[in-house]
Design a protein around this ligand. Structure first.
Ligand SMILES: *Cc1c(COP(=O)(O)O)cnc(C)c1O
Length: 382
């Protein structure tokens, strides 16, 4: 049996909707399916304005543009994240400030965030690792005390909740990804959620998204010609991609419940190896969090045990992967001189984390095969 790490889930409606978009000649940005998708997301997520974008990275970049960063402005984020989180800040003139994560959620450690706040801190960028929220209530309280903006990197978090509210809607702004590796996909795609009632901010967002023009007013018939009014770029996704996404969103609940079953099967079968300390810890969902089960990870004893596990699984044609190289120790982090940060938990996790195969259409036969081989290898590592 061959077990890939990830596999494309299709609902069966993708081609139908894409064909419909083409038949309607709705192929560029802000067509029929773009409004279908943003309306769907606004109804689901509640209390947010949703802007469909070309990627999750662009959602982060647009959020940084909306913050109007000045040189020297600092944005606090974990180092244990995808490069896009830091790129967004750098591209728009700010400095990323890396802080450590907590071992239970692999998201921002608020004690460390607090220590890093100073008068140049403009924003905090929490990353919800694997679709599990960081402690958003406490983070919002902390940010509120200092008047700092919070932008959620909820790239992996569509459908997850914290205290019964959807991720992406808890901060001032939230960024979601529909990249081909996420739970619901358009191939490449993203969304920016604006969660504050700020007309000027929303107006600027509309313009930045459409090449710095007031095209949104033209579409609504409010002006008879649109023109250049602000800086901006081309961030509206093709309606063909939004047709694909509209099909995918129809399966959102099914996708989450199917992943949940696989996730729980891993948990139940691997618990005893945590007790035996062959595995140090694994994915978990804190009490006030509802997960979308984006991934399943385990932390191995050390780097060597991780390498052996991945190699042995590979021999059985099972693909397991590490995850982020902590950004402060990446080649770019070193070039920027950010590698002097002391981030012990991040480095600990960076050396030990393995993600196991988890995809929506993974069959019981496939899950059982992975678990059987895992058990064999873990016993050997004892
Ligand atoms: C996927 C991801 C991104 C980037 O999203 P794209 O849509 O691929 O640009 C950003 N941050 C995190 C944490 C991600 O997992």
């Amino acid at each position: 049996m061959k077990i890939p790490f990830n596999k494309l889930h299709l609902t069966g409606y993708e081609i139908k909707y894409i064909q419909q978009a083409i038949d309607m000649e709705s192929v560029s940005g802000d067509g029929y399916f773009t409004s279908k998708v943003s309306n769907y997301l606004e109804d689901l997520l509640q209390n947010t304005r949703v802007f469909m974008l070309t990627s999750g990275s662009h959602a982060l970049e647009m959020a940084m543009m909306l913050l109007d960063l000045s040189p020297g402005d600092e944005v606090i984020m974990p180092s244990y994240t995808f490069p896009s989180t830091a790129n967004a800040v750098l591209l728009h003139g700010g400095n990323p400030v890396f802080v450590d994560i907590e071992l239970d959620t692999l998201s921002l450690d608020l004690k460390e965030v607090k220590k890093s706040i100073n008068n140049r801190t403009k924003a905090i960028l929490p990353v919800h690792y694997g679709g599990v929220s960081c402690k958003m209530d406490d983070l919002m309280k902390l940010a509120g005390k200092y008047g700092i903006m919070v932008i959620e990197d909820a790239a992996q978090g569509l459908g997850s909740k914290y205290n019964n509210k959807y991720l992406g809607t808890l901060g001032h702004m939230g960024c979601i990804s529909f990249h081909g590796t996420k739970n619901c996909i358009s191939g490449e795609g993203g969304a920016l959620c604006i969660n504050v009632e700020d007309k000027d901010l929303i107006e600027r967002c509309e313009m930045i998204r459409q090449k710095g023009t007031d095209r949104h007013r033209f579409i609504k018939g409010e002006v008879d010609q649109y023109t250049w009014r602000d800086i901006g770029s081309s961030y509206a996704p093709s309606d063909i991609l939004m047709a694909m996404l509209y099909a995918q969103l129809g399966d959102l609940e099914k996708i989450i419940s199917s992943r949940k079953e696989i996730y729980e099967k891993y948990i139940n079968n691997l618990k005893k190896y945590v007790d035996k300390k062959i595995i140090l810890s694994m994915s978990n969902v804190p009490d006030n969090v509802t997960s979308n089960y984006h991934n399943f990870y385990i932390l191995m004893r050390d780097k060597k045990a991780r390498r052996i596990l991945i190699e042995e699984l590979n021999k059985y044609s099972i693909k397991a992967y590490t995850h982020f190289v902590p950004l402060h120790n990446s080649p770019m982090g070193i070039k920027l001189g950010l590698n002097n940060s002391k981030l012990p938990v991040t480095e600990f996790v960076g050396d030990r984390l393995v993600r196991l195969p988890l995809y929506t259409d993974m069959s019981w036969e496939e899950v059982n095969y992975v678990i059987e081989k895992l058990k064999e290898i873990l016993e050997e590592l004892n």
